[in-house]
Design a protein around this ligand. Structure first.
Ligand code: COA
Length: 260
């Protein structure tokens, strides 16, 4: 896979692992990391071999400890707005057509928490710590934190996390519904790959339609969501994968989906 300076991208049998690789800075998102992640997502989006994407942080301490604060000094409002407005990493993950799993191995703060929130599924180590500490810097979350966190955990809990700016531990995050599962640090990677591989066996087209349909639930009214779901469901009936899935069930064998 392509060479980058601040991230590592590997293909493990159809599951891509994108590792943000600045462990000495707790994998803080500077503009280079941001640009390389967006470029890697563009690459992976068009790579038919890749069925699922896992995003994680290098080292044992941190997933991503937020935007690189040193880049905030002196930055103008319009520059910051332009970075986040169109082709932000958060939007690139949100619109990624394949399942994205955040493998949260440590600090998951600020833009790191927003990155995880943009993913479809969040799996965490017991050592992970979560938070939106932007308020402590005199700013607010700008990568979707106020919107995605609120949709996931509800307004009251999101308000507390964003207004108090304190960290919460992995168990608290689990109880809030912020993460799907919590594992020991030793188990995290194996459990993540187990889930990723399970998902990677499904029809990529059905996965894409399912993602789109689920995301509609919090972005449209019920009638529109139900109508669009029927359309996306019907699109699956135009695929070879649907014939394969149904035939395999009737023949009592495992389906082999080709993404057609
Ligand atoms: N931006 C830039 N650098 C960061 C960073 C960030 N968001 N988070 C950590 N770092 C750097 C530290 O400056 C330090 O660099 P140095 O060794 O050159 O001094 C290095 O990463 C290690 O961090 P350190 O603070 O020494 O580790 P710690 O274990 O004492 O504390 C945290 C860990 C996460 C509590 C602390 O680093 C922190 O509060 N980071 C900022 C979190 C944040 O506010 N994120 C939201 C930004 S909008």
């Amino acid at each position: 896979m392509s060479n980058y300076e601040t991230i590592l991208v590997e293909n493990r049998g159809g599951v891509a692992i994108l590792t943000i690789n600045r462990p000495d800075k707790l994998n803080a998102l500077n503009s280079k990391v941001h640009a390389e992640c967006v470029a890697a997502l563009d690459d992976l989006r068009n790579n038919a071999e890749i069925r699922v994407l896992v995003i994680t942080g290098a080292g044992e301490k941190s997933f991503v400890a937020g935007a690189d604060i040193s880049e905030f000094a002196g930055k103008t409002a319009i520059t910051q707005r332009n970075i986040f407005y169109d082709r932000s990493l958060f939007n690139s993950i949100d619109s990624f057509p394949k399942p994205v799993i955040a493998m949260i191995n440590g600090f998951c703060l600020g833009g790191g928490c927003e990155l995880a929130l943009a993913c479809d599924i969040r799996l965490a180590s017991e050592k992970a710590r979560f938070g939106q500490p932007e308020i402590n810097l005199g700013i607010i979350p700008g990568g979707g934190g106020t919107q995605r966190l609120t949709r996931l955990v509800g307004e009251g809990k999101a308000m507390e996390i964003i207004l108090a700016g304190e960290m919460i531990d992995a168990l608290t995050a689990f109880n809030l519904g912020l993460v799907n599962h919590v594992f020991s640090p030793e188990e995290l990677e194996a459990k993540t790959l187990e889930l990723a591989n399970k998902i990677a066996e499904k029809s990529p087209i059905a996965l894409q339609m399912a993602k789109e349909a689920v995301k509609l639930a919090s972005r449209s009214n019920l009638d529109e969501g139900l109508r669009r779901e029927v359309d996306l469901f019907a699109i699956c009936f135009s695929t070879e994968d649907k014939e394969e899935g149904v035939t395999a069930f009737l023949e009592k064998r495992k389906p082999v989906f080709k993404g057609r």
